[in-house]
Write a protein that binds this ligand. Structure first.
Ligand code: URP
Ligand code: ZN
Ligand code: ZN
Length: 461
């Protein structure tokens, strides 16, 4: 039997281990795994790992934020994703207070559809809670938006939720199989420490770290977990950054709370000494990058299972945009580029440096995000019937990271000069190449909005 495409001679990465086999595609899905498969087209994958496309569940493309708009739009951000071996990302539609959440979804889809070259989904970010918002939850989940986001900070953006809002949202989403993600930082404590810094005349980039010590996150994480325990919903803590928070998540899990957590490569690999550099403001994001001891505890959290997902929180600002800070840490546009390096950094620093194995990497970048975010088994695994979202990964390729070689619109990179071993060379989206031999061959509009399933929809598979 002939297939549309056969990937021949590669080493296929399954959650259970590695196998030398051919992989055949028919239409948009994986049709067969085996030996001596024939297709109208073949791709030679000898010497390459054949991986499922990575899933980045946390991006902010063209986000109006901190007085500017993040610099990677959906077209360019998704191109960077494809070049980095990410075939699905999930961005945010942030509700405008007083308007339906569904309006924000419609607006965000109008920005993304027709622009993206890989598949994407949207989380609904809720900025107020009342009877009208509550009534939207069930229909949104039924329409393929099963994940929500609430911010415990960002009052000035108009995004902050109260503890009561969070309780109600967890309780309501639980009724429909939804999950609530939270940005967990304590607004009260940050305000206190910022006022103290003001009195001491502190303003430099390092003040971002000083005014957001670990407790400003771990207190909020503990509070969110307690609220989820009482409300009974599913809680997902985004961008976990401290060791103390890892301990809070582990304790919550042991008590039986349905809590999940994510961290990102920047929290695992960068520390707050960077804020002392002349370009320290380039590294500012919320929560801030932390201490080496926090990094170690986060790596440990990946091993204990407390941290189940790696995602980037991509929110790109150029040097020019970052310069808006004018020496005052409170005015820095908060965020960094990330999506293009998620897979190479995770492979090189995680698998390559022996911190975990390839199966663990697949869990963190593919299987866990797919299962938690309602994409399994359509995405996140190479099995017959799944979308043919496939990455050919050269485990030997050595690359020194430079913003000049990356697709992101960012004109610096937080990992500038870092040497990595292993790089994605070819990316297929639903069977069609988006990247071939590190060259972008995709098209705007090749990607689609993917409606996702509620929690527990695929218990097995
Ligand atoms: O500083 C950050 N992380 N910017 C993006 C918005 C958010 O909090 O995730
Ligand atoms: Zn956040
Ligand atoms: Zn974010």
């Amino acid at each position: 039997m002939s297939y549309d495409l056969v990937i021949k001679g590669g080493t296929i990465a399954f959650p259970a281990g590695l196998t030398r086999a051919d992989l055949a595609v028919r239409g948009e899905t994986i049709a067969a795994l085996g030996s001596d498969l024939e297709g109208r087209e073949t791709i030679d994958a000898s010497g390459k790992l054949v991986l499922p496309g990575a899933i980045d569940v946390h991006t902010h493309f063209q986000l109006p934020f901190c007085g500017t708009v993040s610099a990677d739009d959906f077209a360019n951000g998704s191109k960077a994703a494809a070049l980095g071996g990410v075939t699905t990302f999930i961005d945010f539609a942030i509700q405008a207070k007083g308007s339906p959440i569904s309006d924000a979804i419609v607006k965000r889809r109008a920005e993304a559809d027709g622009q993206v070259c890989v598949d994407y989904g949207l989380h609904a970010a809720i900025t107020e809670w009342n009877a009208a918002r509550e009534a939207e939850i069930g229909p949104l989940i039924a329409a393929g938006i099963p994940t929500f986001k609430m911010f415990m900070i960002y009052k000035s953006q108009g995004w902050q939720s109260t503890d009561a809002d969070l309780f109600c949202a967890l309780r309501e989403t639980a009724r429909h199989g939804g999950m609530v993600g939270v940005h967990a930082e304590s607004d009260d404590l940050i305000n206190l420490f910022q006022a103290e810094a003001e009195r001491e005349g502190l303003k430099g980039a390092y003040t971002h770290a000083v005014t957001r010590p670990a407790v400003t996150e771990s207190e909020a994480v503990a509070r969110a977990i307690n609220i989820a325990e009482a409300a009974g919903g599913t809680l997902y803590i985004v961008h976990l950054s401290t060791g103390a928070s890892v301990a809070q998540v582990e304790e919550g899990m042991m008590r039986g709370v349905d809590v999940h957590a994510e961290t990102g490569p920047h929290y695992l690999l960068l520390d707050d000494e960077l804020f002392k550099r002349a370009d320290g403001h380039h590294f500012a994001t919320c929560p801030p990058i932390r201490k080496p001891a926090d990094q170690e505890r986060l790596w440990e959290g990946l091993a204990t299972g407390a941290v189940e997902v790696l995602a980037t929180d991509t929110c790109t600002f150029t040097r020019g945009q970052k310069a808006m800070w004018q020496g005052d840490y409170r005015k820095i546009p908060m965020g960094m580029p990330g999506i293009e390096l998620l897979l190479p950094l995770t492979y090189s620093k995680g698998v390559g440096e022996g911190r975990f194995d390839l199966g663990d990497m697949l869990a963190l970048l593919c299987e866990n995000p797919a299962r938690l975010f309602g994409l399994w088994p359509r995405k996140g695994v190479l099995q017959v019937g799944s979308d043919a979202d496939i990455v050919l990964f050269d485990p030997e390729m050595q690359v020194t990271i430079s913003h000049r070689d990356l697709a992101t619109n960012c004109d610096y990179n937080p990992f500038e000069g870092t040497r990595v071993t292993g790089w994605p060379v070819t990316t297929l989206l639903r069977g069609r190449p988006v990247v071939r031999d590190r060259r972008f061959v995709g098209q705007a509009g090749q990607g689609r909005f993917i409606p996702r399933e509620p929690m527990g929809f695929f218990e097995e598979g």
